[in-house]
Design a protein around this ligand. Structure first.
Ligand code: SF4
Length: 248
């Protein structure tokens, strides 16, 4: 599976196509306007920044990724370039759009949870580094009846699984660990909604990765199943991983 390439994303941005809501657009612009990597905020400019400034006719650009900010923020697939420097991104990618019409696209409906990236063919929601002090205390029932209180990562996530062209039929969505509880619901022939609960005991955990396997059948445009070499409906599988680091 290949992600829609950067050139296509830039092209869509430059021709004025916008695939985020006005609210998201404004949030991203506010973050970029106040960011130290915005060329408009850089006091001592190096040669690269000066060249980009003149190339972009003075339009503010991100000095990490070199993208024109007004264009970058309009694309759901884009994310704050601080992520690529290993810093905490100020805003996240909302969508992974794949290159091939037969592959699935993923939309993150809970963008503040983390950055949605494609990593070695897997969809990954990267929580980044979570400070244990920011986690909520969860009250756990015990056999004795005396409640046990623990700091846990406790989040509810929502995604859309979409094929923009061909109908799909999800066969199973399974987590590889009991702390992750995925449920799915068909919205229409090309779209399913995933609700994922994650309750993770972070005691002794420095980093985590929880995998969710999505198995689905692909259909032809007329709704009939695409068949495999054994003449049975072809089942495909993709992985959505939830990963992050815990800091204490
Ligand atoms: S994309 Fe991120 S790093 Fe770049 S200017 Fe915007 S907020 Fe700053």
């Amino acid at each position: 599976m290949e992600k829609k390439n950067k050139i296509s994303v830039i092209k869509d941005a430059l021709i004025g196509s916008v695939n985020v809501s006005e609210e998201v657009l404004q949030e991203r612009l506010d973050a970029c306007n106040g960011c130290e990597y915005n060329s408009a905020n850089v006091k001592v400019k190096n040669l690269k920044t000066k060249v980009k400034d003149s190339l972009y006719l003075g339009k503010p650009h991100c000095t990490i990724c070199s993208c024109i900010i007004d264009a970058k923020v309009t694309q759901a697939e884009e994310y704050c370039a601080k992520y690529d420097k290993g810093e905490v991104p100020l805003w996240n990618a909302l969508q992974i759009t794949t290159n091939k019409t037969v592959d699935l696209n993923i939309v993150n409906l809970t963008p503040k949870a983390g950055n949605l990236v494609l990593d070695e063919g897997n969809y990954v929601l990267d929580f980044g580094t979570i400070n244990v002090d920011t986690l909520e205390e969860v009250v756990l029932p015990t056999m004795t009846g005396k409640p046990f209180i623990k700091k846990m990562l406790n989040v509810d996530l929502q995604f859309l699984v979409v094929n923009e062209v061909y109908p799909i039929q999800i066969n199973a969505v399974e987590a590889t660990c009991g702390c992750t509880t995925p449920e799915w619901e068909k919205k229409d022939n090309t779209t399913y909604k995933l609700d994922v609960g994650l309750i993770l005991d972070v005691a002794g955990v420095d980093r985590f990765r929880k995998n969710i396997n999505i198995r689905y059948y692909q259909k032809n445009i007329n709704g009939s199943f695409i068949l495999g070499t054994n003449n049975k409906p072809l089942m495909k599988a993709v992985q959505l991983a939830l990963r992050g680091n815990i800091k204490r």
